[in-house]
Write a protein that binds this ligand. Structure first.
Ligand code: NAD
Length: 450
């Protein structure tokens, strides 16, 4: 495919102003929803092939996430795209001031493999809502989903505005040489640096949705059973391959045993005594990542699980107590089903540990203590947070989604996505009435001293 020509054609279409028309955007958004609804089976099968994703999990975290997102955007699109009035100061009087959102042009959307449907279509919904064209690059590590997306997008969406490019490093490298108007990348920090370096050449703005080690502080006041259920769901859904999964738990010594027992109960409740045979438990994306996870078990005490089968890409839900803080398990983003629990003296020590590390994509606290809750929210810097839950902030469409520092830049979801892929253009509109003379030279009549 001639990528240069593809982008040129998209830009020509964009310059025809067709995408500025709200009804065109509404039509495209409805088509995204139709694509998902009418091809549910093909998408679920592809997710099973790539990640052994259980159908119900895939439906909630990927397919219905997108249809819900489309509904939310359709409900608000007219309002978001209207000029936003602001006050005009006396110096510009009489006059009207407003912010006019306008589309950027062509956006390169690069997805990751862990939620390969959601991470293409959720950004795309925001890109379309804001009136842009897009070149879509699904992850090569989820090849079945990539193939389905490549087949379906041209059938449902306006081919003047949307194209799919499948491939790995050579294809992405070639795409990154082009002067897109925005790049939306979801994935790891190392590739994010390649993306941002390439973007710098054209001064292309970027949105980077990255990862990190999302901590959990677990206090004695937390409800053990409810918390353990929420934590187990967040950690072992998609076999731990969730960017906002709780990465590790910090708690006091006396809570370790009851917490481990409560988590073990949840594992057998959710995935039976033998998760290898459970229809509700996913697989690691490939053998390389399964092998990577196997190297994390050399520090701390494995108190549950620990078995894996590299060939079958299976990794048991695993709990490790007190690995060294400088071990691989506690230095790298786990992105798999291993849950480290670290004993810590108290809340302040936990906070100190979290603050000393890179800003994570999410940070979670389980406590009934209102002072701790408030302090956590006010002083821990992270992309997003939940108090007494994990991941669920992502189910609230009006909450922006995105990281901070090494966990990413830029946000999407709901209005934040619309704004992220828009230029918020400032406009001052004035009638032909005489201005205050003080504005113009010669300045001989200046009445005010600075
Ligand atoms: P990945 O391997 O699928 O890579 C992401 C994209 O980058 C793909 O389209 C891939 O083809 C491309 N790519 C890979 N290597 C490249 C290179 N050298 N040059 C140019 N392009 C290249 O996904 P990944 O990075 O393994 O994903 C896992 C990471 O993504 C984790 O850190 C996770 O936390 C993060 N993540 C973040 C979010 C979020 O929304 N913040 C969501 C999911 C995953």
């Amino acid at each position: 495919m001639d990528y240069k020509n593809l982008l040129k054609q998209q830009k020509e279409f964009f310059n025809s102003n067709a995408t500025r028309d709200i009804s065109w955007r509404v039509e495209q958004l409805k088509q995204v929803k139709q694509l998902v609804i009418e091809n549910e089976t093909a998408l679920l099968n592809a997710l099973e092939a790539d990640l052994n994703k259980p159908a119900q999990e895939a439906w909630t975290t990927e397919l219905s996430y997108i249809t819900g997102d489309v509904d939310h955007v359709l409900k608000h699109l007219k309002k978001w795209s209207k000029p936003r009035k602001v006050k005009t100061p006396i110096v510009a009087f009489p006059g009207k001031s407003f912010i006019q959102p306008e589309p950027l042009g062509s956006v390169l959307v690069m997805g990751a493999w862990n939620y390969p449907v959601q991470l293409i279509f959720a950004p795309l919904v925001a890109v379309i809502a804001a009136g842009n064209c897009a070149v879509i690059k699904p992850s090569d590590l989820a090849p079945a989903v990539s193939a389905v997306i490549a087949e379906l997008v041209p059938k449902y969406l306006d081919t003047n505005a949307f194209s799919v490019v499948e491939g790995a490093i050579p294809e992405t490298t070639a795409l990154l040489e082009l002067p897109f108007d925005h790049i939306m990348y979801t994935g790891n920090g190392a590739v994010a640096r390649i993306v941002m370096t390439a973007a710098a050449k054209h001064l292309t703005p970027v949105t980077l949705e990255l990862g990190g080690k999302s901590p959990v502080y677990f206090d004695k006041s937390a409800d053990m059973n409810i918390a353990a259920q929420r934590l187990a769901w967040g950690k072992w859904m998609n076999a731990g391959q969730t960017c906002i999964a709780p990465d590790y738990i910090l708690t006091s010594k006396e809570l370790v045993e009851p917490l481990v027992n409560a988590l073990k109960d949840q594992i057998s409740e959710m995935f039976s005594q033998d998760p290898a045979t459970s229809d509700s438990y996913g697989r690691i994306v490939n053998q390389r990542h399964t092998e990577r996870l196997s190297t994390y078990l050399d520090s701390g005490e494995v108190v549950h699980g620990g078995s894996f089968d590299i060939e079958k890409k299976y990794f048991e839900p695993t709990i490790v107590v007190n690995p060294e803080l400088d071990s691989k398990l506690m230095s790298e983003e786990i992105f798999g089903p291993i849950f480290p629990i670290i004993t810590i003296d108290n809340y302040l020590a936990a906070k100190e540990l979290v603050v000393a590390r890179e800003k994570p994509l999410a940070a979670y606290i389980f406590t009934k203590d209102k002072t701790q809750q408030k302090d956590w929210v006010n002083t821990i810097s992270s992309g997003s947070q939940c108090v007494n839950d994990v991941i669920m902030f992502n189910a609230v469409p009006d909450l922006p989604f995105g990281g901070t520092g090494p966990s990413g830049m830029g946000q999407y979801s709901g209005k934040s996505g619309f704004d992220n892929f828009s230029h918020l253009k400032s406009v001052l509109k004035r009638p032909f009435l005489k201005d205050l003379p003080v504005r113009f030279a010669p300045y001989t009549n200046l009445k005010f001293k600075l």
